[in-house]
Design a protein around this ligand. Structure first.
Ligand code: F6R
Length: 261
């Protein structure tokens, strides 16, 4: 795991977007794993800008989102399909047939989860998985006690996650209580992971995720097991990290970060 601390959420977002753009430029037909949420809105705005102003080309890119709510259809404004279309897919030259999210209204959810895993495999696996962290420590909807080897499956959401996301629904009480999510094991199979964390509300959980023991109580700790995981945090989110100076030293001295300093 590598931790990069940026001065503010804008710098952190730009760095995450540049790493994604570098992946797309290096392998135009790459498979991107995508996340939703407030943190990612800024990343997608930056990717849209890079597409418009610097010709970042998504024409061959394939995408798989981490998760989707159960029981609402893709046209629902609270669905993650709707979010992805509005924030990214409608504004870049991706072929929408190459963009995938679990179907939250599938009649057989177990079958849907198997189909999703098989499709990721058929596309050759995920090259770069973008991740945010929830206040419960989740990645995707892998809530506390998610097995570290879990696969795509239906999952009940915690009260913490419902409190975090309910205002995206009208009325908030209509927020679904369950989602389909890639498993922790599915996420760990991505060739590279990129966790973006901003804001002081995430400082406590980020410190546990990066510097605490690996535990299924905080799914993001599983990223410590991944051989190629980058964590980008702004100063606010990094506030409780004990080894900040060490992370800064690595960023200043590792040649791989030279083009980003
Ligand atoms: C959603 C997802 C979640 C979010 C997390 C942070 O697809 O993967 O893990 O990344 O809940 O959400 P925000 O950015 O809204 O705080």
């Amino acid at each position: 795991m590598e931790v990069v601390i940026q001065p503010d959420r804008w710098a952190a977002t730009r760095l995450a977007a540049r790493l994604i753009a570098r992946q797309v430029a290096a392998k135009p037909s790459c498979v991107l794993g995508l996340a939703t949420g407030m943190t990612m809105e800024r990343v997608y705005a930056e990717l849209v800008r890079l597409h418009g102003e610097e010709d970042l080309d998504f024409s061959l890119v394939r995408t798989f989102n981490l998760d989707e709510y159960i029981g609402i259809d893709p046209g629902h404004p609270g669905s993650y399909r709707y979010y992805m279309n509005k924030k990214l897919f409608d504004h870049v030259n991706v072929d929408v047939r190459n963009t995938h999210l679990p179907h939250g209204t599938a009649p057989d959810l177990d079958e849907e989860c198997r189909r999703y895993e098989a499709l990721i495999g058929a596309c050759g696996g995920i090259d770069l998985q973008l991740l945010g962290i929830g206040r419960s420590g989740h990645i995707g909807f892998n809530e506390p006690l998610s097995a570290l080897q879990s696969r795509t499956r239906a999952k009940a959401l915690t009260p913490t996650t419902i409190a975090q996301n309910r205002d995206h629904f009208d009325p908030p009480s209509s927020m679904p209580r369950r989602g389909i999510t890639m498993g922790v094991g599915t996420i760990l199979e991505a060739r590279e992971c990129l966790l973006l964390v901003t804001g002081d509300s995430k400082a406590g959980v980020l410190a546990k995720a990066v510097e605490g023991p690996v535990t299924s109580m905080i799914s993001a700790t599983a990223l410590q097991l991944h051989p190629r995981c980058k964590v980008i945090a702004d100063e606010e989110a990094a506030a409780h990290l004990e080894q900040k100076e060490y992370y800064r030293w690595i960023f200043e001295n590792e040649p791989e970060w030279q083009e980003f300093r």
